[in-house]
Write a protein that binds this ligand. Sequence first.
Ligand code: AP5
Length: 215
Amino acid sequence: MNLVLLGPPGAGKGTQAKRMVARWGIPQVSTGDILRQAVKDGTELGKQAGPLMAAGKLVPDDLVVGIVKDRLLQPDAAKGFILDGFPRTIPQAEKLDEGLRNHGKALDAVISLEVPIETLVERISGRRSCPRDGSVYHVVQNPPRREGLCDLCGAALVQREDDKAESVRTRMQAYAAQTAPLKEFYARKGLLHVVDGVGAPEAIEAAVVQAVGRR
Ligand code: AP5
């Protein structure tokens, strides 16, 4: 199963990707997570990506394509993968197609999670993440058992730097201008499945499974 999860910031791509990892036993490949780790580790990649991410702008295509190429060559991605946050531009999608084709592979489905803007804003403003293990919570929808602390490791939860209002606006604009056109790109290839991203996470997961199962 080679799957892409598309959707604007806060659509629930990460939340659904984690559920599919548990369901199908294939890895989540989140370019956002990989880049955040690089920023945290202070690597050269992190130094280049950090300021752009904090401002809500996209990281240059060549940097991101290189990361994904390396990641998809890891043995755990041989039987499938869930791409979360990649591709985000037409050139990224073309490079992905080319890379997969060179390895005799192809995408099986692209899921676009559709969520109205006011729900996205509410989700993003309430999101809290664990800086140690990456667990994601929401202060209202999915609160930790002990306020402000990760259920799994007890670390103090933080708000992502790019979840502040001004960066969120830029991220939404980047999605509309650069990523939303991918829906048409994948629709023309017969790969696109539009899924309502509003509702309980388990109901959305069921809709994704049904969409993928139709193929
Ligand atoms: P990235 O980390 O990919 O961020 P994003 O696309 O903006 O997506 P988010 O992580 O904000 O949201 P999500 O859809 O995963 O939602 P989540 O499940 O967390 O990218 C960050 C940055 O990295 C980019 O801006 C860019 O700079 C750079 N970057 C990354 N990839 C790149 C690329 N390919 N090219 C160039 N640059 C790139 O859910 C959100 C909240 O809602 C959570 O609190 C969650 O608990 C809650 N929630 C989820 N589902 C539900 C539900 N069904 N009901 C109620 N609450 C829910």
